[in-house]
Design a binder for this molecule. Sequence first.
Ligand SMILES: Cc1cc2nc3c(=O)[nH]c(=O)nc-3n(C[C@H](O)[C@H](O)[C@H](O)COP(=O)(O)OP(=O)(O)OC[C@H]3O[C@@H](n4cnc5c(N)ncnc54)[C@H](O)[C@@H]3O)c2cc1C
Length: 574
Amino acid sequence: MANIVVLGAGVSGLTTALLLARKGHKVTIVAKHMPGDYDIEYASPWAGANSLPVAKPGSKAQQYETDTWYELEKLATNLPEAGVHFQNNHIYRRAKDADSAVGDWFKELIREDAWFKDVLPNFRVLDKSELPPGIDSGTGFTSVCINTALYLPWLASQCLKLGATLYRGDISHISEAASLHHFGSLAKLVINCTGLYSLRLGGVQDTKLYPARGQIVVVRNDPGIMCSTSGTDDGSDEACYIMHRAAGGGTVLGGCLQAGNWESQVDPNLAIRIMKRAIALCPALVKPGQGIEGLDIVRHGVGLRPMRTGGIRVEKERIGDVDVVHNYGHGGYGYQTSFGCSLEVLKLVNEVKLIQRIAFIETMRMYPELNPPTTDKTSHESMPSVAKKRKVTADAMTAVLAEDTGCASAVKLPAAKKKTGPAIAQDDDTSTREAIAPPSRGVSFNFNFGDALPQTIRGDDTPVKVEGQAERLQELSETNTRLGMTVQKQMNTIAKLTESNAKLASTVGELSERLASSPSQDVRANSAMGDERVAQLDVELQAAEAAQDQALVRADELQTRANALDTREQALSS
Ligand SMILES: Cc1cc2nc3c(=O)[nH]c(=O)nc-3n(C[C@H](O)[C@H](O)[C@H](O)COP(=O)(O)OP(=O)(O)OC[C@H]3O[C@@H](n4cnc5c(N)ncnc54)[C@H](O)[C@@H]3O)c2cc1C
């Protein structure tokens, strides 16, 4: 398992951190903004948030949305403390919105034969009688609404429960993050979940990112339904949606999708339009006859959706000396894609870990002087038997790699051959790998593990071509043998420790003797001897008393016999 730093504590960072921690990785979350904060640079708290699929069929995003739905469904069913609940949802389509910004965003969402009709429950086409005025058609289905004020802290608490650590930090370059792992050593991997701020984050600076401003009004009124329209009459980038958050989170009225707009302040005119449109679409929000004065406002808010031309970026990249997996650019769908994207991150993490292992082995092969063969004769002599014990069959190694990569069929090892390379004793400690990586020479590989691995790992200088996987995997097998040598070295160390332990024990004995001959010991010893003598005399005395008793008894017996003889003598003489 790896030490990993997740940069960002929005829904993307926290969900990714949670899934990594569940897999046993040691995760440190570093972020400028944390759950509980409300800031224009932190999109997650401002979201509704619901799950309204908008991905194109066949796209990666479709998979992200589908995977995420099943997780959100589980949360809504089983874990009320997460702040996710089911909501009946209506999507209303107006033909005239087809070319608007919002209409384009909702293109897949508003279809009567939507791809997700078999994913989200209770999908149906609405009857004309169910449509509000001005609406041409509509669909209904069950979705969820997330109370972000509960959900983000819940995610953080789940991470903490699994041993992850959260730190506040404002990073200017992605490579800085690697040194912030709570174990103190360099993290093997950094997961970049900085949302819109990957636009200016050093080492990333992704110019495909741009904000799509959203403005909301949170009210205490309960509409009894969640609904959205494909557009409004107030401009191409203005929207109308209503979502009732779980567990007292209020009702979110929105909104807009203002691309390229960085304004953090509430536009009061837009706020009034949002409230008016919401009541027109769903009169049940207020009492009969009431207008916006019937709304009980909790707060106004503005958030910036992290939009990205080309869609969400879930990719791995080596930046400087740091392996990075990106997970950002979730636009207006960060919650509804959160688990799907995080699952994709897990796959990439496994790939990077495998590449790191192979690169390490290759580096050791290229630079044997970094870890010279041992000169310890005894360890060489006894090495073969230990190495034999440690040697793993090709099949067993395949299984290990398959587990690591999550690609059962992608990797097939050749049978182990006789070792030909230089003898290199090396332990498998990852911090050692990082510490001894050559500073100035890059290594270029060209492996092919089917779909499981990328074709190329970076190369800077003096690239070395590697012909194929069989040779590389053979190297792995040989490394395992070398690990056996390391074990033997450790056993030798243990033997030396045992020896020095025996020496210590003898020193302790000597010291005890000297202590025993010290004057204070004499007094104690004399006193002990005295006690012993008294006890001995006591025993002798008791023995003497017993002998005396016996002698008295014998004397009595003799006296009796003497008396008897006297009596007999008198009888004879008379
Ligand atoms: C009004 C509105 C409504 C929305 N409604 C929905 C909805 O109903 N459903 C849905 O799925 N999505 C919705 N979204 C979109 C969703 O909110 C976003 O896609 C999602 O929150 C993005 O999450 P994130 O974690 O990627 O980014 P963010 O939440 O922005 O988090 C970024 C994190 O990175 C940290 N960070 C950034 N730069 C640095 C740095 N240099 N150093 C340290 N830390 C850094 C930040 O501090 C923060 O912790 C909505 C968005 C808005 C604005």
